[in-house]
Design a binder for this molecule. Sequence first.
Ligand code: SF4
Ligand code: SF4
Length: 130
Amino acid sequence: MSVIINDTCITCDACAQNCPVEAIVDDNDNPTGNPRYYVQPEKCVECVGIFDDPQCAAICPSIGCITWDMPFTKEFDAHFLNEEIYKLGTKNGTPRSPAYKEKKFREDILLSKRGVGEKIQVEPQEGEVA
Ligand code: SF4
Ligand code: SF4
C-alpha cells in the first residue's frame, strides 16, 4: 500500500467496483470491524501501470476519504502489522506483511506526502465544477 479509507466512507461501493486488483472489501468484510470499506494493503498496487492515479480515490464521491499511506515495503513492515489499523491476511499462519511480499507503489509520491491522512484528491477550488 498504499491507500487507506477513513471514517467519511459512505459505503457506496464505487471504489470496490473500480479497483483493478480487487483489493477493496466492503463494510461487512472489513477485517478491522470498522463500518466502512477497507483496502487490503497486501493486495493494493496503487494502480501502478494501470491508471495514472489511484482509481479508488479518483472515483470516491467523499473527497478526502481515501488517503495515502506508506509504501507496502519491508521498511514499513511494522506499520502494516499494527493491528489497530490493519488486519492482514495470512498464508500458513504467516501474516502477508511486506516482509512476506512487497507490493508495487507509486515511486513518484514522496514519502513526506504519505502517511495516514495525506490527501490523494485535490479539493475543488471555489467556483470550480468538481
Ligand atoms: S489504489 Fe488502485 S489498486 Fe489500490 S485499492 Fe485503490 S484502486 Fe485498488
Ligand atoms: S468510493 Fe469512497 S465512499 Fe464509496 S465505498 Fe469507497 S471509500 Fe467509501
